[in-house]
Design a protein. Structure first.
Length: 162
């Protein structure tokens, strides 16, 4: 797992790769927010260049509330993710309709899913991230075997993608 985030104007950070959830949690707890514009394209470009042939990136989880970049550029990158079997799992905070449409199309092109993320979802985040991790390791079969509510939600979303 790798924590990536952007904030402010032009700041983008990517952590070292970690395998322990506690290490990722430590990294996440050190992140603070700074107002700025979205850099989703930069994140997708980073993900497309990360990993290796022997250890490819198998899933990308993105939590966001807005999308200020040109949709066609993001959809092109999402399509590239789809070609590389890198599904985008997008958790949308808030109700920005433009972001919703863009996120939904990005997830569809990549073979991933979109899931609303609100105050109630925060409690389920651990389960949702675990479902994405199961998918990254074992695909749809792993989700079908697990059958947690979060796995079922993810399966329903994945079935809606072509």
């Amino acid at each position: 797992m790798q924590l990536c985030y952007y904030r402010g104007v032009g700041e983008f950070r990517a952590s070292d790769w970690v395998s322990a959830p506690a290490a990722l949690l430590d990294q996440m707890s050190g992140v603070t927010c700074t107002a700025g514009i979205t850099q989703i394209g930069r994140l997708l470009t980073h993900a497309l260049g990360a990993g290796s042939i022997n250890q490819p990136v198998r899933a990308l989880v993105f939590v966001g509330d807005a999308c200020e970049e040109p949709e066609d550029e993001l959809l092109s990158l999402a399509g590239q993710c789809g070609l590389r079997k890198l599904p985008l799992f997008i958790f949308q905070e808030g109700r920005d309709e433009r972001a919703h449409v863009t996120f939904k199309n990005m997830a569809k092109l990549s073979g991933g899913a979109t899931i609303p993320f609100d105050i109630d979802s925060a409690r389920r985040l651990r389960g949702l991230l675990a479902a994405v991790a199961r998918f990254a390791r074992g695909g749809i079969t792993a989700l079908q075997k697990s059958r947690t509510p979060e796995d079922t939600l993810l399966l329903e979303q994945l079935k809606r993608s072509p």
